[in-house]
Design a protein around this ligand. Structure first.
Ligand SMILES: Cc1cc2nc3c(=O)[nH]c(=O)nc-3n(C[C@H](O)[C@H](O)[C@H](O)COP(=O)(O)OP(=O)(O)OC[C@H]3O[C@@H](n4cnc5c(N)ncnc54)[C@H](O)[C@@H]3O)c2cc1C
Length: 368
């Protein structure tokens, strides 16, 4: 049984089915819901991870899997948008990524301000100096992907149900979990891929390891009849100096501007999801700076989302130290969505008794 149908859980369920397991996928709100961290319109896939080569390696694997799955499904989910990482000058993180890209033969370009403006005249030029461009970066249609993965689980004979699983409590293996409505579900193995809810379900184990913080995401409507701000006419972009990143309008969802930073804690069940005035003001200031023709456009949609951060931003994937047939998978730390197809493969094989990647196993260990 897999609890949680987000990036970790959905893909794990799918890979378990493909390995011959009988799978039930349970989610409290349904796959890709507005409360799930994976439930936003878009998430990005990039290879650049500074010096953390292990995640570049994982992203390369994941990209291949996204493209293959998309072809099998016949649904457009992974859009080859490319990504611009803008800065006043080449940063240490870009140099680290560049060394890894060179070693792995991954494509990138450095663009100066004139070249950026030539390719994408929609960008406002003030202080724009250079960017590292990743042509292989993707815009992933996140909540759609969660639903398609869950539908594929069903099509392959699995069961997908809506239900809130109660926290298990035992000092040995468990044989069942209880839902909020009193129903009992039996299984041989349980994977808890519950995102921001993990520290609530396992407070002793994860209460200090995963911190849940709020993020606002604003979607602005491009002018009527103007495709300059929509995929494929603009890449994903990020500008660390401005603590802002975003995505082009993808199939009418809105032009996404996401201010980053902040440590406000968040309750994923009960907190209201209205964006703050400060976030909207920051997004509008950024639009005025970089996308002046969007500066006065209306906010048409928004998402208030949560990060489930570990201290070192590495994921946590391991067997529960006391309940030996219970697995924990989460701690996405703002970067797990892209890796979903590769994570599902890794987790399902771990559950099946293999150790497919010793480096990842060491990195994501619960260390208790
Ligand atoms: C603003 C923002 C931007 C991001 N940008 C990127 C990006 O560009 N690229 C990238 O790769 N990553 C990005 N991330 C991170 C990525 O979205 C997350 O790491 C990933 O989606 C986490 O997936 P998850 O499966 O752990 O959690 P979730 O998607 O939240 O899934 C957990 C599921 O568990 C269910 N659940 C919880 N408790 C229970 C229970 N008791 N019973 C049943 N079901 C339960 C929930 O309903 C939920 O559906 C971003 C995150 C945020 C917040």
């Amino acid at each position: 049984m897999v609890v949680g149908a987000g990036a970790f859980g959905g893909w794990t369920a799918l890979h378990l089915i493909e390995q011959g397991f009988d799978v039930t996928l349970v989610d409290a709100y349904g796959p890709g819901s507005a409360r799930a961290t994976s439930g936003d319109e878009t998430r990005g896939l990039r290879y650049a991870y500074g010096r953390r080569d292990v995640y570049t390696r994982l992203a390369v694997d994941a990209r291949k899997r996204w493209m293959e799955r998309q072809e099998d499904w016949g649904v457009t989910i992974a859009l080859p948008a490319g990504r611009l990482s803008m800065a006043p000058e080449v940063t240490a993180s870009m140099q680290d990524a560049q060394a890894i890209f060179d070693r792995r033969g991954l494509p990138y370009e450095y663009l100066d301000a004139a070249e950026i403006r030539y390719r994408w005249p929609q960008f406002g030029p003030d202080g724009l100096a250079m960017a590292m461009y990743e042509p292989d970066a993707l815009a992933l249609r996140a909540n759609l992907a969660c639903r398609v993965v869950a539908d594929t689980v069903t099509r392959q004979g699995g069961r997908v149900i809506i239900g809130k699983v109660q926290a298990p409590a035992s000092t040995g293996p468990i044989s069942s979990v209880m839902l909020g409505n009193g129903e009992t579900l039996n299984a041989d193995v349980f994977v808890f891929a519950c995102g921001a809810w993990l520290p609530r379900l396992f407070p002793e184990l994860l209460g200090d390891r995963i911190r849940v913080v709020r993020r606002d995401v604003l979607l602005f409507g491009p002018p009527a009849g103007d495709a300059r701000f929509s995929y494929p006419n603009l890449p994903n972009w990020t500008e660390s100096g401005q603590r802002t990143y975003g995505f082009p309008d993808v199939f009418g969802a809105g032009f996404k501007v996401a201010p980053s930073g902040g440590n406000e804690t968040f309750n994923p069940d009960t907190d209201e999801r209205f964006p703050s005035g400060e976030s909207i003001a920051r997004a509008r200031a950024y639009l005025a700076l970089r996308f002046p023709d969007m500066a006065k456009q209306p906010l048409v949609h928004y998402r208030v989302c949560q990060l489930e951060n570990t201290a070192d931003e590495h994921f946590l994937i391991d067997r529960h130290p006391e309940m030996e047939n219970v697995w924990i998978a989460g701690g996405g730390s703002g970067h797990a969505f892209k890796h979903g197809p590769a994570l599902g493969n890794y987790i399902a094989r771990r559950v099946n008794g293999e150790d497919p990647d010793a480096e990842l196993t060491r990195l994501w260990h619960l260390n208790v």
